[in-house]
Design a binder for this molecule. Structure first.
Ligand code: F0G
Length: 419
């Protein structure tokens, strides 16, 4: 199977350009990387992946940020706002409290627009330029739209974003707005927005930059590469497990691809690949359902709800790429309640790390799996926090302390503090 960790290195097909091509994960059909606008397989509509003749080892990387890893990417350079190179925080108190050998937080909220989406957009928007398209579009729970708007404006291109009305956090709408996107508020949920934008893209109205776009996931692979390099430097080993929030499962698919490619290049032993562990909110957990039932396909949930609006998604389009990743790495998937998410958001804030609710799902999931004994005490774990606290100021204010009104004089303030 092509998405297996034991897949062999491939000979390039005739369509390859500069050692890269697109390949359907379902039927194996191959296409040139930049010869036409295409998101899925022409023949069977399966998901596409970028494949390479030469796969890099750690020695092939130099520089900083996403483009440090250009040996693993389809282009040498992209439309950049200095994305990547995010912190991998130590959290000693949380580590003790959760009860694992090591716990590190990879805070993707420290990217230019405050989420991991920037890593995908620096590549995806550059590919759009390569293809010569002029209008970019996405459906979004917010972060993708903020990143698309910023990278699109940087590239001088028009951007169109479709958002589920009333369900996108304030910071994200503000970003899309100021960076100049046309914001279409759709009377429906994220999955409905994605259906519409896919139709628009199919009719040639815009270039689609959701994670269905295989080039975006190439950029997101660099999260995994950064984590592995940092771990090798600090522990002389890679992490046992990476825990991440799941919506469309693009990131899960991207990390798995990064690890598969390192195994194929000989840079990573198959048995060392970190266990990919996905976390969803209870009210939007179709991937968890599929993993628990050992199902090959994910059932679309039509009604989804969670405070973690970024992952309020019922139809994870990258499931065919992500499910093998969770299974082949020996990982799992778990769902958490909104209360557990908010508790974890407070826990991270208590270590000085400000994240939006969806991001805190990773820590909430780790806690749950540790309590259930699925995660062992001797594991070294990374939790991915995908977006910054300021993305969703309302959720942060609701989870945190309330402001206390005081008079504008010292005696009154002291009195209040003593009261
Ligand atoms: N965390 C945050 C903060 C997100 O914004 C998203 C996805 C995810 C996790 C899930 O990542 O889809 O790769 O599994 N947000 C998309 C958006 C859907 O439109 O911003 P995934």
């Amino acid at each position: 199977m092509s998405l297996s960790l034991s897949a062999e290195r491939q000979e390039p097909p005739a369509e390859a350009a500069d050692g890269a091509w697109l390949e359907c994960i379902e039927c194996g059909d191959t296409f040139g990387p930049f010869d036409a606008v295409r998101y899925t397989c022409d023949d069977c509509d399966g998901l596409l992946e970028v494949r390479y003749t030469d796969l890099p080892t750690f020695e092939d990387f130099s520089g900083s940020g996403v483009w440090r890893y250009n040996a693993a990417l389809p282009l040498e350079s992209g439309v950049t706002i200095q994305e990547g190179a995010t912190p991998l925080y130590r959290v000693p108190r949380l580590e003790d409290d959760v009860g694992v050998e090591a716990l590190r937080i990879k805070h993707e909220g420290m990217n230019p627009t405050g989420s991991f989406k920037d890593r995908g957009m620096t590549v995806g928007v550059a590919v759009a330029r390569e293809l010569g398209v002029d209008r970019l579009a996405c459906a979004s729970t917010g972060n993708t739209s903020a990143a698309l708007a910023a990278y699109g404006s940087r590239a001088g291109m028009q951007t169109l974003v479709l958002l589920p009305a009333g369900k996108v956090a304030a910071g994200k709408v503000a970003q899309a707005s100021l960076h100049g996107a046309r914001i279409l508020e759709v009377d429906g949920n994220f999955d409905a927005c994605l259906d519409v934008v896919q139709d628009l893209a199919a009719r040639g109205e815009a270039y689609l930059l959701n994670s269905l776009n295989p080039f975006r996931l190439e950029g997101q692979k660099t999260i995994g590469l950064e984590i592995l390099e940092a771990f090798l430097a600090d522990y002389d080993a890679v992490p046992d497990r990476i825990v991440l929030p799941v919506g469309n499962a693009g990131n899960t698919a991207a990390l798995y691809k990064a690890f598969r490619e390192l195994v194929q290049s000989g840079a990573l032993a198959r048995e060392d690949v970190p266990k990919l562990t996905g976390v969803q909110a209870e009210g939007a957990a179709p991937m968890v359902e599929a993993v628990e039932n050992d199902a090959d396909e994910v059932r679309r949930w039509d009604d989804v709800e969670t405070r973690a609006t970024a992952i309020r998604i019922g139809n994870p389009v990258n499931a065919p790429k992500a499910l093998p990743g969770i299974r082949e790495t020996g990982g799992t998937a778990v769902s958490v309640s909104d209360e557990e998410i908010t508790d974890a958001q407070r826990d991270l804030a208590g270590e000085g790390i400000g994240v939006e609710p969806a991001s805190a799902a990773s820590l909430a999931g780790l806690r749950k799996l540790r309590a259930e004994g699925v995660v062992d005490s001797d594991e070294r774990v990374v939790c991915l926090t995908t977006g910054h606290l300021l993305k969703d100021p309302d959720a942060a204010a609701a989870a945190g302390n309330d402001p206390e009104p005081v008079p504008a004089e010292t005696e009154g303030v002291l009195e209040h503090l003593q009261g």
